[in-house]
Write a protein that binds this ligand. Structure first.
Ligand code: VGL
Ligand code: ZN
Length: 237
C-alpha cells in the first residue's frame, strides 16, 4: 500500500527513562531495554519531527504509594483522583513506586538511547494533583462537562509542523504509550504504534490487552519491517 497523502510523519518516544528499565529502574517494565535498539533505528529515518517525552514528577506526586496514608503496596493499590476544581469528577488510578522524580537519576533517558537525534523533549506528570499517562493531557480532558488540569505543548508542536501521522514507541505499552496513542487519535492524527519499540508493565499479557485497546481506539500496531514504517524510510529527506 502506498503512503497516504499528505503524509508528514512524526516519531514520538514515550518515557524511555532509566526508572522504567530493568533491572535498576524503580518501576521496571519487563524487557524494557530491548526497545532501545529498534528505537535508535527509527531515529535514523526521515521523520518530520522526533519528540521524546519524560515522565517528570514532583516528589509529592499523587501516583506515589508513599504519598498516601500507611503507604499501601504499589502496583496493586489504587487511589481516587478527584478533579481539583470540580469535585463532581473523579476516577480510580493505580499507585506506583516513587519513579521519575524531577532531576533524579531515574528520570534520565535510558542509557544508550540516541537522544542526540531527538528534536524536542516534552515533560509530563508535573502537576502533583493528577495522573498524566498521556503526553498530551490528563484524562479529565475527555470527561463531559469537565476540563483538563494539565495539557502539554505536544499537540501544538505537531500541528505547527503540519504532522499528519504519529508513530509511537516507548514505555509502557499498557499505560503511557496506550494513553498517548489514544490521545493522538483524538487530536486528529493517524496513529501507529511500533510493536518492537514498546513493552508492557504487565508483560506479554499486558501487551496483548493494550494492543486490543489500541485497536478499539483506532490505533494500528505495526512492525518495524512493515509497510507503514517503509513509507517513512522511503520519504525524500
Ligand atoms: C508510566 C506508570 C506511571 C508510563 C508512568 O510511562 O507508562 N507508568 N507513570
Ligand atoms: Zn509516572
Amino acid at each position: 500500500m502506498p503512503a497516504p497523502t499528505p503524509f508528514k510523519p512524526a516519531l514520538l518516544i514515550v518515557d524511555l527513562q532509566e526508572d522504567f528499565c530493568p533491572p535498576s529502574g524503580a518501576l521496571p517494565v519487563p524487557c524494557g531495554r530491548d526497545i532501545i535498539a529498534p528505537i535508535n533505528t527509527l531515529l535514523t529515518l526521515p521523520f518530520a519531527l522526533k519528540i521524546a517525552t519524560k515522565d517528570w514528577h514532583p516528589a509529592s506526586h499523587i501516583s506515589f504509594a508513599t504519598n498516601h496514608p500507611s503507604s499501601p503496596p504499589p502496583f496493586v493499590s489504587t487511589t481516587t483522583i478527584v478533579h481539583p476544581t470540580n469535585a463532581a469528577h473523579s476516577y480510580t488510578s493505580t499507585l506506583w513506586p516513587v519513579h521519575c522524580v524531577q532531576q533524579s537519576a531515574g528520570a534520565e533517558f535510558a542509557a544508550g538511547f540516541d537522544v542526540d537525534k531527538v528534536n524536542t523533549t516534552v515533560y509530563k506528570g508535573m502537576d502533583e494533583r493528577v495522573e498524566m499517562y498521556s503526553a498530551f493531557c490528563d484524562p479529565f480532558q475527555w470527561v463531559e462537562g469537565c476540563n483538563a488540569v494539565a495539557v502539554s505543548e505536544l499537540s501544538g508542536l505537531l500541528k505547527e509542523k503540519g504532522v499528519t501521522d504519529v508513530y509511537v514507541a516507548g514505555l509502557a505499552m499498557d499505560y503511557c504509550v496506550l494513553a498517548t496513542a489514544r490521545d493522538a487519535v483524538k487530536f486528529g492524527f493517524r496513529t501507529w504504534v511500533v510493536r518492537e519499540g514498546t513493552r508492557a508493565v504487565g508483560g506479554e499479557e499486558g501487551a496483548r490487552t493494550a494492543e486490543k485497546e489500541m485497536r478499539e481506539a483506532g490505533v494500528t500496531v505495526v512492525a518495524m519491517d512493515g509497510g507503514e514504517v517503509a513509507w517513512v524510510r522511503e520519504l525524500k529527506e
